[in-house]
Design a protein around this ligand. Structure first.
Ligand code: PRP
Ligand code: URA
Length: 209
């Protein structure tokens, strides 16, 4: 079974509380999401493997750790996942970015894929799938299915707010994928929105409502 990492860092929880407020503007919301994504990135990348390399410092020659892998791909689930990309790129400016377009059908709440574009040889990449909201879990689970169909193996999922239902579904369908979240909320409402949540993340990031 995969691990679920919940961030309890006061800087992250403070920023998330600001994002939840209905009065928070689009500009503030977007900025806070970028900041939280960067902070979460430290933990998501913590178990990246390193290898020892020989380096000549101005003083002497020594062996020191560097990242073993050099191919990392951040995969936002459109639209709202886009809001988490820049924060992670601050930490990993060398990362590639692949995009998966999914939207939830308004009545069935089932995800429908409309776009998929990955870097070449993505199957050799370490992948971080990002989406602020893990509600029913259908979008994240389908996105990971699509990546696995292309041969991807090393996948992590990073969300801002998760419902227990979403975590359960992703763990059932992808027991090999660790999940990183800033908060696990109470439940879903009858429209499959997270309660208390923060509303529609895409609309709040892009100012579409
Ligand atoms: C939201 C969110 C996730 C999905 C989560 O996207 O960004 O992708 O819902 O719900 P789930 O866990 O129940 O699948 P939405 O479908 O609203 O699309 P948008 O980002 O284009 O607004
Ligand atoms: N998508 C969102 O943007 N918010 C939710 O609460 C659930 C799905």
């Amino acid at each position: 079974m995969s691990e679920v990492h919940v961030f309890e860092h006061p800087l992250i929880t403070d920023k998330l509380t600001r994002m939840r407020r209905i009065s928070t503007t689009t500009q503030e919301f977007r900025f806070l999401l970028k900041e939280i994504s960067e902070l979460m990135g430290y933990e998501v990348t913590r178990n990246f493997e390193t290898k020892l390399v020989t380096v000549e410092t101005p003083i002497c020659i020594g062996t020191f750790p560097m990242l073993k892998q050099n191919f990392f791909t951040i995969v936002p689930i459109l639209r709202a996942g886009l809001g988490m990309v820049d924060g992670l790129l601050e930490l990993m400016p060398f990362a590639h970015v692949g995009h998966i377009g999914l939207y939830r059908d308004e009545t069935t709440h089932q995800p429908i894929e409309y776009y998929f574009k990955m870097p070449q040889n993505v199957e050799n990449s370490v992948i971080i799938v990002v989406d602020p909201m893990l509600a029913t879990g259908g979008s994240a689970a389908d996105a990971i299915d699509s990546l696995k169909k292309r041969g991807c193996k090393d996948i992590r999922l990073m969300n801002l707010v998760a419902a227990p239902e979403g975590i359960k579904l992703v763990q059932e369908r992808h027991p090999d994928v660790d999940i990183y979240v800033a908060a696990i909320d109470e439940r879903l409402n009858d429209q499959a929105y997270i309660v208390p949540g923060l509303g529609d993340a895409g609309d709040r990031i892009f100012g579409t409502k």
